[in-house]
Every structure is written in C-alpha cells, then in structure tokens.
Ligand binder design. Sequence first.
Ligand code: URP
Ligand code: ZN
Ligand code: ZN
Ligand code: ZN
Length: 467
Amino acid sequence: MSSTRTLIRGGLMITAAEETHADVLIEDGRIAALAAHGSDAAGAWTADRIVDATGKYVIPGGVDGHTHMEMPFGGTFSSDTFETGTRAAAWGGTTTIVDFAVQSQGHSLRAGLDAWYAKADGKCAIDYGFHMIVSDVHDGTLKEMDSLVSEGVSSFKLFMAYPGVFYSDDGRILRAMQRASGNGGLIMMHAENGIAIDVLVEQALARGETDPRYHGEVRKVLLEAEATHRAIQLARVAGAPLYVVHVSAEEALAELAAARDKDLPVFGETCPQYLFLSTDNLAEPDFQGAKYVCSTPLRPKKHQEALWRGLRTNDLQVVSTDHCPFCFTGQKELGRGDFSRIPNGLPGVENRMDLLHQAVLDGHISRRRWIEIACASPARMFGLYPQKGTIAPGADADIVLYDPRAEQVISAETHHMNVDYSVYEGRRITGRVDTVFSRGKIVIDERRYTGRTGHGAFVPRSTCQYL
Ligand code: URP
Ligand code: ZN
Ligand code: ZN
Ligand code: ZN
C-alpha cells in the first residue's frame, strides 16, 4: 500500500498543554511527526499535499462526549440521524462523538447496543463511540455491563429523572455503581429528583400553568442539587467514580466541588446552553420557549458565571453538547398546551467549538482551556486519549484548522443540523472552522464538505483515564 503524506504548515498549534508554531506531518491517517515551523526537520519533509495554515490555529478535532442521534423521546425521535448529525459535527470542528445507546425496559443491554451499532454503521462522517443508557437494572444487565466494558462501551448513563421511562431508584443505582466499581466502568448520572419533579408537574398543570417556562420552574435547582448530592453519596458507598452530565446550576456544581475537595473521583460536564442561554429564553412568548426545553433545564442567568468559574477551576472538566434536536414544527409542538409533552433536548453539535472560542475572546477561559474542555478532557474521561483529543505523534490525524478572525452569525438558514431552528439564532461569533481532517482525510476543505457518509468508524474506548 502506498502511503499518503500531508503536511500542515505555518499554523499556531494549540493543545491542552501548549501553544507553539509547529508543522504537522500526517501519514496514513495518523500524526507521524511534529516539528517547529522553520526548523531543519520540518524543512526536510516531503508530502503529497501541503496545507498552508498561516494565520490559523491548528487544533485537535473536537470530542463531543454527549450526543443523541435518532433518540426516541416522548413518542418521537431526535431529528438528526447519524448521517446528518455527524456531518454537522464535522462542519463545527468536532471529529468524534460519543452517543448514547438506549436499553429499553424489558430488553437487554446487548439488544439496545446492537440497535445503535446498526443505526450508525456506514452512516457517519466522523468517528463515534457509544455510552449505554441503562434503564432496567437487574442481575442480567449487571453482568452485561462487564462485557460492554470489554468491547469498548465503558460508560453507563443512569437517570434519577423520568420515572416510568429511564428512571432508576436508589437501590438500582447503587447496584450499578457497585458493578462499575468492579469492572472499571464510569457511571454517568442524570441528576434530578424525578419523583418530586413529577409531583410539581402535575400540580402546575392543574393550576393551568402549561407554557414552556413552567418546565424550568418545576425542575427546581434544589432538586438538581439534591440529586447530585445523593448520587455522590451513593457512589462513595459503592466505591465507584461518578460523572454528572449536563450540570446546570450553581448549587449542583457546589456539590461536585465539595466532593472533589475531598479527593473523591467525581467529575462533571456542562453544556453550551447552560453557559449562553437562560430562563429568559424559556419565557419567550408564543410557545417559542419550547425551542429551549431540555433537562436539566435552562437556569436564571446568574448561574452562568458559576459554571464558567467551575470550568476554570476544573470542578467541571468537560463541555459536551447533549445534542438532542427536535424540530419546532411537528415535534416541539407536541407540547402545545402541556409543557410536559414537549420533547426534551436542544441542537448544538455544530456550535460547540465556536461558542467556546467566543468564550475565549470574552475572557471566560484561556485558549488552552478551550482545547482541554472540548477535546483533551472528554477524550481522557471516556478512554480515547491520546488517539483522540490531542495532536501528538501516533494520534489519529483528527485536526481542525480554525480561523480565529473570521466573523460569522449563527443561523438555522446556514447550519447543517437537521433541525428547523437554532437556539443561537443571530449570535455573532468571531472564529470559524476552516478545514477539518478526520483520520487524515479532509472532510471539510476550506468550508466545503468533502467528507463521505460511512467514513466514520466505531471507536472502542478504554476506561476513564482520570482514575
Ligand atoms: O433534554 C435532554 N437533555 N434530552 C436528552 C436526554 C438527556 O437527559 O440527556
Ligand atoms: Zn440527561
Ligand atoms: Zn443527554
Ligand atoms: Zn450548520
């Protein structure tokens, strides 16, 4: 087999660890070597293709550790398929997603995971892995967790919310955590007290409070903080690590921070929607607030500063999107007259790298922290590092050339996600993805899509590398 060599020359390479003017040599889908720009070593390289990155950042492809393509929810399915969703991810500079396979109640983990393999196989533009949603904990599923870890599906999401759908009670959660403590799996927790929330939902609807904004009012900060606290204590009892997904509230973050101050293996992610949007959006008139219905819900603006601080201090390690789009027309509309019927979830897989770059310019995080929370840390958290999440010899050549000065306005008119609105409509961003490599193949070439459906491959993951 003849090898193909690509040279990326003249850019500012940024990883979680350093910023340096380095040239990058790619051979057969992997990073073959790095050398200082202008050095003799770099000057001696020959290549089939030379890509000029002058004026651009050369960064690792984004790793989005939390997406839901074609996810069943509330009688419908999230509107991005693996084909459309991974293409949109590539447009936004993300080269790996970790999506959630779903166990339906009464079925095995195996059946759920196989269904997700089948959905994704031959469809993806970029590489992908899976977490497993466990909605039915019993002796059989606990055993299955061990074999999933061995096949590279090493993390399991449990829900303290959504009684009757994904919900697990504390006993089931404890048993799954005990299993994970033995097999190296990472328990991911949706931490909201769903039993209490369902009471408040019923009471709100009985009072005629049916608008989308009541979704935010019944899903109280205290019930996220309480569930976060309880999840941490259960994980301590089980001796298991814990990763809390979509942290939205200052009080929940305080629980994580307190646990981390005790040196407990407790981790947390937040999402762009909690950093950039608020209950003001949920309160938009004429049912427009439905576009912003997700769980955990959007919070009052004051929580944003706490989340940014958590990202700076490493009490939060990861920003994922929780990409789970539903069209306004025909999907979000299912909840007109009853907010509890609005499918939960927001689009965002295409927007994460740009929004976080804007956060660099706005002074919330440093450039290297941008790469850490969006690339390196999710790769480490989910056992993908250094194959993914960094630029280093031997790593997959998943690389983004990012133009830090380009101006763009986010809009559903121009985005690539299969959804009829953008939660960031009209937002001005400085910075834009220019060119994207996925395992050495150019999938976005100076803002033209050159990828291929089916190029993306399943990536088996090792266990959490923070342990
Ligand atoms: O509203 C959300 N987040 N939908 C996706 C499912 C989940 O809980 O992550
Ligand atoms: Zn969740
Ligand atoms: Zn989710
Ligand atoms: Zn797009």
